[in-house]
Design a binder for this molecule. Sequence first.
Ligand code: 4AD
Ligand code: MG
Length: 436
Amino acid sequence: MVETTWTKIDEVLSGKKTNQEVNIRGWIYRTRSSGSIVFTVIRDSSGVLQATIKKGNLPDKEFEDAKKALIESSVELTGTVKEDNRAPGGFELQVTKVNIIHFAEPFPIAKDHSPEFLLDNRHLWLRSQKLTSVLKIRSTIVGAIHKFFRDRGYYEFEAPVLQPNQCEGGSTLFEVKYYDNKIYLSQSWQLYAEAGIFSLEKIYNMGPTFRAERSKTSRHLSEFWMAEMEAAWMNLHDVTEVAKDEVRFILKEVLKHNKKELTILGQDIKKLEKISEKKFPTITYTEALDILREKEKMDVTWGKDLRTNEEERLMKHFDTPVVVTNYPVEIMAFYKPRDPKDPKTALCFDMIAPEGYGEIVGGSERSLDIEDMTKRLKAMGEKIENYEWYFDLRRYGSVPHSGYGLGVERVVAWICGLDNIKDAIPFPRTLLRFRP
Ligand code: 4AD
Ligand code: MG
């Protein structure tokens, strides 16, 4: 028996199969019939193609099946590819054989559903052109992150997801019953990574991260993917440069592989290309406040974190991501050291994306001062015994080191121009949503 060869739709659309007979398999994306002709649009993972099924060109039974099949039915089609500039993509399949693999029930998703309905039916809505495009771009971004670090000599290093400590403050911890104990889902890979650099020096990881965010913003997920790096001997300046290079590299990879998807999403490709060629500026928190006061006439108090509104107003003055360093030490996590040159601030940074996408990267140098960290942890009511292992890293050949974490979904949302971060991950988890 001769094995059937299957052609992907993008190959047909590239023009390589014109006037040839091909076998296509996929799902019915749209369909309508009038009398003796059925017009369907079929989709596979690579694209959509118009197919014309004319009575007489194939056995009657197959024609009747094609007429009956509802959208999302799975099908195999054989036919000849013809150029046709009226068809979407410029090609049409003139069908000579139809094999319906599964007759779909009426698909629950039609036009104009509420976002909540689409989230309830996420398992089906994943098939939409929008989410398909986003997820292809997400896949490029995830691949780019691995490539970026591996090409630069970083080792991939894993931390436990089940952790007895906090890293970023107790208020967003998810508790887990762990046999007879209570522990937490990882808020960050960082503390464990700090143990890893003593042998591997430069390490990275990308994995699920958990934050019980009691807010319903378009930027927060309860489960998200963070891509983190940690490196011995690096200082704040070094890691901000790595972060800038990483984000530019990610953008370039998406522009190289996903122009088609960016177009489907309505993104401005020229704008992204410009950003990928530019240097990203670095300013301090204090300079950011000066911009808000002088150019935005905002009444901002030194010492408070930048909220969404302040970040958005600040970013009106930049067309690339911006690195903001030296936030007030009082509002920073316990491991962020004071800047000896400006001790009310910490040696830390955020990278803020343009157009209201907010903080995409957060990082810092790491404190080597056991006494200072003890004080700060005690002030938060933490049990110091739980951090003794972390302090050990400062007792045996301590070295200056730094690292950061990049929010994968924040970057996906920004590059894809999404209204909500929920569409940057297949099955979002938020304050109000944990199904399906
Ligand atoms: O700024 P964060 O909290 O930094 C850390 O956790 C450090 N321990 C990382 C490190 O130095 N290794 O988080 C890093 C990034 C943020 O800049 C943001 O992009 C993303 O993670 N992020 C979230 N993304 C989606 N939903 C949330 N709830 C997020 N919280 C943080
Ligand atoms: Mg942060």
